[in-house]
Write a protein that binds this ligand. Sequence first.
Ligand code: AMP
Length: 372
Amino acid sequence: MYTFEDRKGRSLTLRPEGTAAIVRSYLQNNMAMLAQPVQLYYIEPFFRYNQPQKGRYRQFWQVGVEVIGESDPALDAQIIQLALVILKDLGIDKLFTLQLNSIGTPESRKKYIASLQDYYFGKERHLCENCQVRLGSNPLRLLDCKEEDCVTLAKLAPSFSEYLDPESKEFHADLKEFLDELGIAYVENPKLVRGLDYYSKTVFEFWDNTSDSQNAIGGGGRYDGLVELLGGPSTPAIGFAMGVERLIANMKRAKVRVPHKDELHVFVAQLGKEAKKKCLPLIMQMRERGIKTVGALGKGSMGAQLKIADKFGAPWTIIMGLTEVREGVAIVRNMKLGTQEKVKFPKVMDKIIELIGEENLDTYHPGELLYG
Ligand code: AMP
């Protein structure tokens, strides 16, 4: 962790992850009184004092999700599915493989750790320096060490599945059934572990399947012991986090085209007060429908307005002058080709939707999300 002293000699630590803070907030805000499970998310910067390298920074961003207050393998399946939906929406799901394991309860883990320590007893000198230390403090980490000798030894180490308690075993089998039902592929990875005691049962990570680096884009798991550890009642929970810089790097690698949020669909140009009267409500209606619209409502000449339309890079322009008002039409101009056609005024919005494609409408309305 990134720990340092401030000017008064007080020890400060920058948060290395989000889960503990979310659980603290769950307790502090008495969220146990809400309908359970409570589902929360965050997109925040975090800090870890590790050696910076490609894809590993001292300050980085995570997007994370936590589901607190209920335990069911269906929730685990759902949260894994959510992580996959995010990867899919960003266009990079094909680059990653879901690695899945169960690390049981802390009690079953204790027995397993004892058997691991037994296994490594007398083999210490073959381990890397790091693992020699971790054998005493955190023996599970020996299983995912990347040093060659450690990998060889880990291959023959006892498998956790033999020590898994019956309840965790059943939970894991149910989770896999639900994943199958959702059509989600996974690789069973008995070496996938989490170091901390408050983790239990499900652990998962998304590994880059295009390289051997085992670089994870994100991961998570069940942490049924954390709420209690932070002073609350025994409360099950599960969550995951993904690294935003790594998401972006992979989107670049996959050449995903990101829509420009300021890109316009249509520009409205008009001449004269009568045309303005028609265009003013049209602009509002089109915006409400999700057509990104800018209107020139000043007094510029048609030529000047079309120049502005060009600057905005709008693919389509609606043009109205006195003649069009009288004829009850509008001109729709293709700005790239310079071609144009007359459309009956009441049909002009439908025409624009047809031209830009309904799927490209900007249908995000925060008000609706909040108030139904
Ligand atoms: P973790 O909490 O360690 O499971 O991290 C979850 C995800 O955050 C990882 O899969 C990475 O995508 C990202 N991440 C973790 N540490 C770093 C770091 N030092 N720099 C950049 N991304 C990171």
